[in-house]
Ligand binder design. Structure first.
Ligand code: MN
Length: 424
Protein backbone atom coordinates (compact mmCIF):
# COMPACT_ATOMS: atom_id res chain seq x y z
CA UNK A 1 0.00 0.00 0.00
CA UNK A 2 1.47 3.32 -1.04
CA UNK A 3 1.60 6.05 1.59
CA UNK A 4 0.04 8.83 -0.42
CA UNK A 5 0.39 11.45 2.32
CA UNK A 6 4.17 11.03 2.44
CA UNK A 7 4.63 14.11 0.27
CA UNK A 8 2.58 16.40 2.53
CA UNK A 9 5.56 18.03 4.26
CA UNK A 10 7.40 18.78 1.01
CA UNK A 11 7.83 22.22 -0.54
CA UNK A 12 8.76 23.09 -4.09
CA UNK A 13 11.54 25.43 -5.20
CA UNK A 14 8.90 26.91 -7.50
CA UNK A 15 6.79 29.48 -5.68
CA UNK A 16 3.26 28.24 -5.01
CA UNK A 17 0.64 30.63 -3.61
CA UNK A 18 -1.29 29.32 -0.61
CA UNK A 19 -4.56 29.29 -2.54
CA UNK A 20 -3.06 27.66 -5.65
CA UNK A 21 -4.64 24.38 -6.77
CA UNK A 22 -1.30 23.35 -8.24
CA UNK A 23 0.92 22.49 -5.31
CA UNK A 24 3.91 20.14 -5.44
CA UNK A 25 1.48 17.52 -4.11
CA UNK A 26 -0.70 17.80 -7.22
CA UNK A 27 1.37 17.35 -10.43
CA UNK A 28 -1.51 17.07 -12.90
CA UNK A 29 -1.09 16.23 -16.59
CA UNK A 30 -2.29 18.20 -19.59
CA UNK A 31 -1.40 19.51 -23.04
CA UNK A 32 0.06 22.97 -23.65
CA UNK A 33 0.89 24.98 -26.75
CA UNK A 34 1.79 28.53 -27.73
CA UNK A 35 2.95 30.42 -30.80
CA UNK A 36 6.53 29.19 -30.40
CA UNK A 37 5.95 25.46 -30.12
CA UNK A 38 3.64 22.62 -31.07
CA UNK A 39 1.30 21.02 -28.54
CA UNK A 40 3.08 18.83 -26.00
CA UNK A 41 2.61 17.03 -22.72
CA UNK A 42 2.96 19.20 -19.62
CA UNK A 43 2.41 19.42 -15.90
CA UNK A 44 1.93 22.46 -13.69
CA UNK A 45 3.22 23.83 -10.39
CA UNK A 46 1.87 27.15 -9.13
CA UNK A 47 1.73 29.56 -12.05
CA UNK A 48 4.23 27.65 -14.19
CA UNK A 49 3.58 25.05 -16.85
CA UNK A 50 6.26 22.36 -16.92
CA UNK A 51 7.19 21.38 -20.47
CA UNK A 52 7.67 17.62 -20.10
CA UNK A 53 8.88 17.15 -23.67
CA UNK A 54 11.79 19.52 -23.09
CA UNK A 55 12.40 17.99 -19.67
CA UNK A 56 12.58 14.57 -21.37
CA UNK A 57 14.94 15.87 -24.08
CA UNK A 58 17.27 17.32 -21.43
CA UNK A 59 17.50 13.83 -19.90
CA UNK A 60 15.72 14.48 -16.60
CA UNK A 61 13.26 11.66 -17.27
CA UNK A 62 15.82 9.06 -18.39
CA UNK A 63 15.58 5.44 -17.33
CA UNK A 64 11.91 5.67 -16.41
CA UNK A 65 10.80 3.64 -19.42
CA UNK A 66 9.27 6.44 -21.51
CA UNK A 67 9.95 7.39 -25.12
CA UNK A 68 9.90 10.84 -26.73
CA UNK A 69 6.72 10.16 -28.65
CA UNK A 70 4.79 9.97 -25.39
CA UNK A 71 5.64 13.62 -24.62
CA UNK A 72 5.89 14.96 -28.18
CA UNK A 73 2.18 14.61 -28.65
CA UNK A 74 -1.00 16.69 -28.67
CA UNK A 75 -2.86 14.22 -26.44
CA UNK A 76 -2.02 12.20 -23.30
CA UNK A 77 -3.26 8.87 -24.68
CA UNK A 78 0.22 7.58 -25.63
CA UNK A 79 1.60 8.48 -22.23
CA UNK A 80 -1.37 6.68 -20.68
CA UNK A 81 -0.29 3.48 -22.48
CA UNK A 82 2.32 3.21 -19.70
CA UNK A 83 -0.60 2.58 -17.34
CA UNK A 84 -0.99 3.28 -13.66
CA UNK A 85 2.58 2.33 -12.89
CA UNK A 86 3.95 4.63 -15.58
CA UNK A 87 1.98 7.69 -14.50
CA UNK A 88 2.89 6.99 -10.89
CA UNK A 89 6.63 6.74 -11.65
CA UNK A 90 6.48 9.96 -13.68
CA UNK A 91 4.59 11.92 -11.01
CA UNK A 92 6.92 10.67 -8.27
CA UNK A 93 9.95 11.73 -10.33
CA UNK A 94 8.49 15.21 -10.86
CA UNK A 95 7.69 15.64 -7.16
CA UNK A 96 11.31 14.69 -6.42
CA UNK A 97 12.81 16.94 -9.12
CA UNK A 98 10.87 20.04 -8.05
CA UNK A 99 11.26 19.46 -4.31
CA UNK A 100 13.28 22.20 -2.62
CA UNK A 101 16.29 20.05 -1.63
CA UNK A 102 16.78 18.75 -5.19
CA UNK A 103 19.30 20.91 -7.07
CA UNK A 104 19.51 18.98 -10.39
CA UNK A 105 17.29 21.34 -12.36
CA UNK A 106 16.99 24.06 -9.74
CA UNK A 107 20.64 25.10 -10.23
CA UNK A 108 20.64 24.81 -14.03
CA UNK A 109 19.22 28.17 -15.03
CA UNK A 110 19.57 27.54 -18.76
CA UNK A 111 17.42 24.43 -18.50
CA UNK A 112 14.98 26.01 -16.05
CA UNK A 113 14.22 28.82 -18.46
CA UNK A 114 13.28 26.34 -21.16
CA UNK A 115 11.31 23.90 -19.00
CA UNK A 116 9.26 26.35 -16.93
CA UNK A 117 6.84 28.57 -18.81
CA UNK A 118 4.62 31.18 -17.12
CA UNK A 119 1.10 29.82 -17.28
CA UNK A 120 -0.25 32.95 -18.97
CA UNK A 121 2.11 32.34 -21.91
CA UNK A 122 0.58 28.98 -22.81
CA UNK A 123 -2.82 27.69 -23.86
CA UNK A 124 -4.24 24.34 -22.97
CA UNK A 125 -5.50 21.83 -25.53
CA UNK A 126 -7.87 18.93 -25.00
CA UNK A 127 -5.80 16.66 -22.73
CA UNK A 128 -7.02 13.39 -24.19
CA UNK A 129 -8.52 11.91 -27.30
CA UNK A 130 -11.75 10.79 -25.70
CA UNK A 131 -13.02 7.37 -26.70
CA UNK A 132 -16.31 6.49 -25.10
CA UNK A 133 -18.26 8.65 -22.67
CA UNK A 134 -20.55 7.34 -19.96
CA UNK A 135 -22.66 9.48 -17.65
CA UNK A 136 -23.81 8.11 -14.31
CA UNK A 137 -26.60 9.36 -12.07
CA UNK A 138 -25.00 8.62 -8.71
CA UNK A 139 -25.99 11.47 -6.37
CA UNK A 140 -28.93 10.40 -4.24
CA UNK A 141 -29.83 14.02 -3.48
CA UNK A 142 -29.94 14.90 -7.18
CA UNK A 143 -31.93 11.79 -8.14
CA UNK A 144 -34.34 12.46 -5.27
CA UNK A 145 -34.82 16.10 -6.26
CA UNK A 146 -35.49 15.24 -9.89
CA UNK A 147 -37.86 12.41 -8.93
CA UNK A 148 -39.70 14.71 -6.55
CA UNK A 149 -40.14 17.39 -9.20
CA UNK A 150 -41.12 15.20 -12.12
CA UNK A 151 -42.78 12.15 -10.58
CA UNK A 152 -43.81 11.55 -7.00
CA UNK A 153 -42.28 13.07 -3.83
CA UNK A 154 -43.23 9.90 -1.95
CA UNK A 155 -41.49 7.60 -4.44
CA UNK A 156 -38.82 9.95 -5.74
CA UNK A 157 -36.23 7.24 -6.39
CA UNK A 158 -37.10 4.63 -8.99
CA UNK A 159 -37.04 1.04 -7.62
CA UNK A 160 -33.68 0.23 -9.30
CA UNK A 161 -31.77 3.26 -8.02
CA UNK A 162 -30.29 1.81 -4.80
CA UNK A 163 -29.39 -1.46 -6.55
CA UNK A 164 -27.78 -0.19 -9.75
CA UNK A 165 -25.36 2.70 -10.36
CA UNK A 166 -27.67 4.00 -13.09
CA UNK A 167 -25.94 5.38 -16.19
CA UNK A 168 -26.22 5.84 -19.95
CA UNK A 169 -23.83 6.06 -22.88
CA UNK A 170 -23.21 9.67 -23.92
CA UNK A 171 -21.57 11.34 -26.89
CA UNK A 172 -17.78 11.81 -26.91
CA UNK A 173 -17.45 14.00 -30.02
CA UNK A 174 -18.97 17.07 -28.38
CA UNK A 175 -16.86 17.04 -25.21
CA UNK A 176 -14.99 20.33 -25.30
CA UNK A 177 -12.26 22.12 -23.39
CA UNK A 178 -12.81 24.83 -20.81
CA UNK A 179 -12.93 28.25 -22.47
CA UNK A 180 -14.80 27.04 -25.54
CA UNK A 181 -18.15 28.87 -25.84
CA UNK A 182 -21.30 26.93 -26.72
CA UNK A 183 -24.36 27.91 -28.71
CA UNK A 184 -27.78 27.47 -27.20
CA UNK A 185 -29.16 24.25 -28.70
CA UNK A 186 -32.34 24.07 -30.73
CA UNK A 187 -34.81 21.24 -30.65
CA UNK A 188 -38.29 19.98 -30.08
CA UNK A 189 -40.06 20.87 -26.87
CA UNK A 190 -43.54 20.40 -25.48
CA UNK A 191 -44.15 23.26 -23.06
CA UNK A 192 -47.95 22.72 -22.93
CA UNK A 193 -49.40 19.35 -22.09
CA UNK A 194 -52.56 19.96 -24.11
CA UNK A 195 -50.85 21.29 -27.23
CA UNK A 196 -48.58 19.75 -29.88
CA UNK A 197 -44.78 20.09 -29.54
CA UNK A 198 -42.93 23.20 -30.75
CA UNK A 199 -39.47 23.68 -32.27
CA UNK A 200 -36.93 26.37 -31.39
CA UNK A 201 -33.99 27.37 -29.18
CA UNK A 202 -34.06 25.70 -25.76
CA UNK A 203 -35.55 27.99 -23.12
CA UNK A 204 -34.48 25.83 -20.19
CA UNK A 205 -30.71 25.58 -20.71
CA UNK A 206 -28.93 24.18 -17.66
CA UNK A 207 -25.53 23.06 -16.37
CA UNK A 208 -24.82 19.89 -14.42
CA UNK A 209 -22.04 20.07 -11.83
CA UNK A 210 -20.15 16.79 -12.22
CA UNK A 211 -16.71 15.26 -11.80
CA UNK A 212 -15.41 12.69 -14.28
CA UNK A 213 -12.72 10.01 -14.21
CA UNK A 214 -10.62 8.87 -17.15
CA UNK A 215 -9.46 5.29 -17.62
CA UNK A 216 -6.38 3.51 -18.88
CA UNK A 217 -6.81 0.52 -21.19
CA UNK A 218 -8.85 -2.13 -19.39
CA UNK A 219 -9.28 -5.86 -19.77
CA UNK A 220 -10.34 -7.81 -22.86
CA UNK A 221 -13.99 -7.94 -23.88
CA UNK A 222 -15.80 -10.42 -21.65
CA UNK A 223 -13.72 -9.73 -18.51
CA UNK A 224 -14.77 -7.59 -15.56
CA UNK A 225 -12.94 -5.11 -13.31
CA UNK A 226 -13.69 -5.56 -9.60
CA UNK A 227 -14.14 -2.73 -7.10
CA UNK A 228 -10.74 -3.74 -5.65
CA UNK A 229 -9.06 -3.45 -9.07
CA UNK A 230 -10.82 -0.29 -10.22
CA UNK A 231 -8.11 2.16 -9.16
CA UNK A 232 -5.49 0.33 -11.24
CA UNK A 233 -7.49 1.37 -14.30
CA UNK A 234 -8.23 5.00 -13.38
CA UNK A 235 -5.75 7.66 -14.49
CA UNK A 236 -7.30 10.75 -12.95
CA UNK A 237 -10.15 13.21 -12.86
CA UNK A 238 -11.44 16.48 -14.33
CA UNK A 239 -14.34 18.83 -13.60
CA UNK A 240 -17.21 18.09 -15.95
CA UNK A 241 -20.06 20.43 -16.94
CA UNK A 242 -22.72 18.28 -18.54
CA UNK A 243 -24.75 20.94 -20.38
CA UNK A 244 -28.43 20.00 -20.50
CA UNK A 245 -31.54 21.38 -22.22
CA UNK A 246 -34.35 20.53 -19.82
CA UNK A 247 -37.21 21.27 -22.20
CA UNK A 248 -35.74 19.11 -24.98
CA UNK A 249 -34.94 16.42 -22.40
CA UNK A 250 -38.48 16.27 -21.00
CA UNK A 251 -40.06 15.65 -24.42
CA UNK A 252 -37.50 13.22 -25.87
CA UNK A 253 -36.31 11.04 -22.99
CA UNK A 254 -39.10 8.43 -23.04
CA UNK A 255 -38.35 5.54 -23.42
CA UNK A 256 -34.60 5.46 -24.18
CA UNK A 257 -33.26 8.33 -22.07
CA UNK A 258 -31.45 11.59 -22.89
CA UNK A 259 -30.33 12.22 -26.47
CA UNK A 260 -30.21 15.70 -28.05
CA UNK A 261 -30.82 17.36 -24.68
CA UNK A 262 -27.31 16.31 -23.64
CA UNK A 263 -25.17 15.59 -26.69
CA UNK A 264 -24.64 19.17 -27.92
CA UNK A 265 -21.78 19.84 -25.47
CA UNK A 266 -20.07 18.86 -22.24
CA UNK A 267 -17.10 20.90 -20.98
CA UNK A 268 -14.03 19.63 -19.09
CA UNK A 269 -11.22 21.30 -17.12
CA UNK A 270 -7.80 21.08 -18.82
CA UNK A 271 -5.56 19.45 -16.18
CA UNK A 272 -6.06 15.81 -15.27
CA UNK A 273 -5.45 15.37 -11.55
CA UNK A 274 -4.22 11.83 -10.92
CA UNK A 275 -5.97 9.49 -8.55
CA UNK A 276 -2.66 9.22 -6.66
CA UNK A 277 -2.79 12.96 -5.92
CA UNK A 278 -6.36 12.58 -4.66
CA UNK A 279 -5.74 9.53 -2.42
CA UNK A 280 -4.94 11.55 0.74
CA UNK A 281 -8.40 13.12 0.52
CA UNK A 282 -10.39 9.88 0.62
CA UNK A 283 -13.37 9.78 2.95
CA UNK A 284 -16.20 7.40 3.78
CA UNK A 285 -19.26 7.38 1.54
CA UNK A 286 -22.88 7.26 2.66
CA UNK A 287 -24.14 3.98 4.14
CA UNK A 288 -25.74 1.91 1.41
CA UNK A 289 -29.05 0.36 2.38
CA UNK A 290 -30.27 -2.06 1.08
CA UNK A 291 -27.07 -4.07 0.98
CA UNK A 292 -25.53 -4.05 -2.48
CA UNK A 293 -24.79 -7.14 -4.59
CA UNK A 294 -21.40 -8.73 -3.82
CA UNK A 295 -19.84 -7.39 -7.06
CA UNK A 296 -20.55 -3.84 -5.80
CA UNK A 297 -19.18 -4.34 -2.29
CA UNK A 298 -15.91 -2.54 -1.56
CA UNK A 299 -13.27 -2.13 1.15
CA UNK A 300 -12.02 1.11 2.67
CA UNK A 301 -12.97 4.75 2.08
CA UNK A 302 -13.75 5.29 -1.58
CA UNK A 303 -15.39 8.71 -1.67
CA UNK A 304 -13.19 11.79 -2.09
CA UNK A 305 -13.56 15.13 -0.30
CA UNK A 306 -13.51 17.53 -3.26
CA UNK A 307 -15.05 20.93 -2.62
CA UNK A 308 -17.06 22.14 -5.59
CA UNK A 309 -18.55 25.47 -6.58
CA UNK A 310 -20.44 26.97 -9.50
CA UNK A 311 -20.36 30.64 -10.51
CA UNK A 312 -22.75 32.38 -12.88
CA UNK A 313 -21.55 35.59 -14.49
CA UNK A 314 -23.78 37.70 -16.69
CA UNK A 315 -22.26 39.74 -19.52
CA UNK A 316 -20.38 42.68 -17.92
CA UNK A 317 -21.49 41.46 -14.49
CA UNK A 318 -19.54 40.03 -11.59
CA UNK A 319 -19.40 36.33 -10.69
CA UNK A 320 -22.17 35.01 -8.41
CA UNK A 321 -21.48 31.81 -6.50
CA UNK A 322 -24.76 29.95 -6.99
CA UNK A 323 -23.80 26.48 -5.71
CA UNK A 324 -21.37 24.91 -3.25
CA UNK A 325 -21.30 21.13 -3.21
CA UNK A 326 -18.87 18.25 -2.60
CA UNK A 327 -17.90 15.08 -4.47
CA UNK A 328 -17.97 13.21 -1.15
CA UNK A 329 -21.80 13.23 -1.23
CA UNK A 330 -21.84 10.61 -4.00
CA UNK A 331 -23.95 7.55 -3.11
CA UNK A 332 -22.16 5.29 -5.62
CA UNK A 333 -18.36 5.66 -5.75
CA UNK A 334 -16.05 5.36 -8.78
CA UNK A 335 -14.96 1.84 -7.89
CA UNK A 336 -18.58 0.70 -7.90
CA UNK A 337 -19.32 2.58 -11.11
CA UNK A 338 -16.44 0.90 -12.94
CA UNK A 339 -17.22 -2.53 -11.48
CA UNK A 340 -20.84 -2.16 -12.56
CA UNK A 341 -19.87 -0.89 -16.02
CA UNK A 342 -17.76 -4.00 -16.68
CA UNK A 343 -19.70 -6.70 -14.80
CA UNK A 344 -21.36 -7.77 -18.07
CA UNK A 345 -17.98 -8.01 -19.83
CA UNK A 346 -18.05 -4.53 -21.39
CA UNK A 347 -14.46 -3.55 -22.18
CA UNK A 348 -13.05 -0.13 -21.32
CA UNK A 349 -10.27 1.71 -23.15
CA UNK A 350 -7.59 4.32 -22.50
CA UNK A 351 -9.12 7.78 -22.80
CA UNK A 352 -12.68 6.77 -21.96
CA UNK A 353 -14.42 9.23 -19.65
CA UNK A 354 -17.02 8.53 -16.94
CA UNK A 355 -18.98 11.40 -15.45
CA UNK A 356 -20.50 11.17 -11.99
CA UNK A 357 -23.92 12.62 -12.62
CA UNK A 358 -24.98 15.92 -11.10
CA UNK A 359 -23.50 16.29 -7.60
CA UNK A 360 -26.04 17.76 -5.22
CA UNK A 361 -25.89 17.88 -1.43
CA UNK A 362 -28.77 18.02 1.02
CA UNK A 363 -28.82 21.83 1.38
CA UNK A 364 -30.61 23.85 -1.34
CA UNK A 365 -27.41 25.92 -1.77
CA UNK A 366 -25.57 22.71 -2.73
CA UNK A 367 -27.84 21.69 -5.60
CA UNK A 368 -25.76 21.06 -8.71
CA UNK A 369 -28.08 22.31 -11.47
CA UNK A 370 -30.34 25.29 -12.18
CA UNK A 371 -33.25 22.84 -12.38
CA UNK A 372 -32.82 22.13 -8.68
CA UNK A 373 -31.51 25.55 -7.55
CA UNK A 374 -34.55 27.33 -9.02
CA UNK A 375 -36.76 24.30 -8.28
CA UNK A 376 -37.94 23.95 -11.87
CA UNK A 377 -38.14 27.71 -12.28
CA UNK A 378 -40.45 28.31 -9.29
CA UNK A 379 -37.73 29.92 -7.13
CA UNK A 380 -35.63 32.22 -9.34
CA UNK A 381 -32.07 32.98 -8.17
CA UNK A 382 -31.30 36.63 -7.45
CA UNK A 383 -27.98 37.86 -8.83
CA UNK A 384 -25.88 40.72 -7.42
CA UNK A 385 -26.86 42.97 -10.32
CA UNK A 386 -30.54 42.63 -9.35
CA UNK A 387 -31.48 40.33 -12.22
CA UNK A 388 -32.99 36.89 -11.77
CA UNK A 389 -32.29 33.49 -13.26
CA UNK A 390 -34.48 30.43 -13.55
CA UNK A 391 -32.22 28.89 -16.18
CA UNK A 392 -29.16 30.10 -18.13
CA UNK A 393 -29.49 33.10 -20.43
CA UNK A 394 -27.51 33.97 -23.54
CA UNK A 395 -24.10 35.56 -22.77
CA UNK A 396 -24.00 34.03 -19.26
CA UNK A 397 -20.73 32.37 -18.30
CA UNK A 398 -20.74 29.29 -16.06
CA UNK A 399 -17.54 28.50 -14.13
CA UNK A 400 -17.04 25.42 -11.97
CA UNK A 401 -14.16 25.05 -9.52
CA UNK A 402 -12.96 22.05 -7.53
CA UNK A 403 -10.26 21.47 -4.94
CA UNK A 404 -9.22 19.31 -1.99
CA UNK A 405 -7.66 20.75 1.14
CA UNK A 406 -6.24 19.03 4.21
CA UNK A 407 -3.48 19.82 6.74
CA UNK A 408 -2.51 22.93 4.78
CA UNK A 409 -2.07 21.00 1.52
CA UNK A 410 -4.25 21.97 -1.43
CA UNK A 411 -4.74 19.88 -4.56
CA UNK A 412 -7.19 21.22 -7.10
CA UNK A 413 -8.46 21.20 -10.63
CA UNK A 414 -8.50 24.89 -11.52
CA UNK A 415 -11.76 25.53 -13.35
CA UNK A 416 -13.99 24.71 -16.27
CA UNK A 417 -15.56 27.82 -17.71
CA UNK A 418 -17.79 28.34 -20.74
CA UNK A 419 -19.96 31.09 -22.13
CA UNK A 420 -23.38 30.55 -23.65
CA UNK A 421 -23.91 32.23 -27.00
CA UNK A 422 -27.28 32.66 -28.75
CA UNK A 423 -28.66 29.81 -30.86
CA UNK A 424 -27.24 29.63 -34.39
MN1 MN B 1 -25.22 14.45 -16.49
Amino acid sequence: MTDFAKHFQKKSWIEVAEDSDFSLQNIPFGIIKNKNFAPRVASRIGDYAIDLLTLFEFGYLDKLGFNKDQFDNNRLNKLMKSGKNGSRILRERLIDLFEISNEELQKNHGHREKVLIPINEVENEMPIQIGDYTDFYSSIEHATNVGTMFRDPNNALLPNWKYIPVGYHGRASSIILSGTPIHRPKGQQKPNEEEPPVFGPSKLLDFELEMAFITFDGKPLGDSISTAEAEDYIFGMVIFNDWSARDIQKWEYVPLGPFLAKNFASSISPWIVTLDALEPFRTAGPKQDPKVFPYLEYQGDKNIDIKLSVELQAENGEPNVICESNYKYMYWNQNQQLAHHTINGCNIKGGDIYASGTISGSEPSSYGSMLELSWRGTKPLKLKDGSERKFIQDHDTITMKAHCEKDGVRVGFGEVTSKVLPAK
